[in-house]
Write a new protein. Sequence first.
Length: 243
Amino acid sequence: MTHMTKKVALVVGGASGIGLAIATRLVAEGAIVYLTGRDAEAVANAAREAGQGTQGLVADAGVPEQLEHAIEAVRRAEGKIDALVFNAGISEFAPLENLSADQFDQHFSINVRGAVLALKSAVAIMPIGASVVLIGSVAGQAGVANFSTYAATKAALRSYVRSLTAELAPRGIRINMVSPGPTDTAMFASVPNEVRAAVVSSIPLGRMAQPSEVAAAAAFLLGPDASFIAGAELCVDGGAKQV
Ligand SMILES: NC(=O)c1ccc[n+]([C@@H]2O[C@H](COP(=O)([O-])OP(=O)(O)OC[C@H]3O[C@@H](n4cnc5c(N)ncnc54)[C@H](OP(=O)(O)O)[C@@H]3O)[C@@H](O)[C@H]2O)c1
């Protein structure tokens, strides 16, 4: 697999779970990969795990200046970004009656503002043919009790993918979205077993996704095989929201 040879990729939120799987996949496809995360040790470990010279950058996806610094570091080192993935996201149990203003702001500042500002900074150094993938969620397509704010952030990303396709396609930049269903990562680890079993029973393929399966979809959309796909949402959900 060498679809991404000499392409420079930045995975925002690449130190664990789906983000790390995407970084690992892009390395395997030949890309020069940079990944970000908040914790220096976790970032260094993830960069080692992803392999082949992957560079780790410490940045909080919810803090605009830190995102800018990370993108500036890639510009100084490589002069361009060919592939941008925004994966960072939080998902908190937040029934409406308990939802605080801080909780609302945190969801939107990481999940949505982070993606939009990362893209705003990166676009300045994205050449013709560059590609962006935002990690959404099938939660953005349906009502999800107690996770309405999380679901709304992912629906907002879906809207940005459409509008920014109209804005960026004339510059030769494609933007798409990968929306996982339940995926076996730390984000899902805290979910009680009985809830997990109920979730799995609602998935036609009868199991959760592996992070590598979400990564494969992201790599496809970033790479040359998806050269005429723009503004799309690719669900990796075992059919859960499709039937
Ligand atoms: N797992 C699922 O079932 C599932 C389903 C649908 C969609 N998704 C989406 O997939 C993406 C990755 O999730 P994951 O399952 O791989 O979980 P994960 O391993 O917990 O990764 C979560 C990501 O969000 C970042 N993050 C978490 N809290 C943050 C905070 N307070 N401030 C800034 N960044 C923060 C983490 O960055 P640090 O490294 O700095 O902690 C990490 O990059 C998310 O966008 C999530 O919404 C997951």
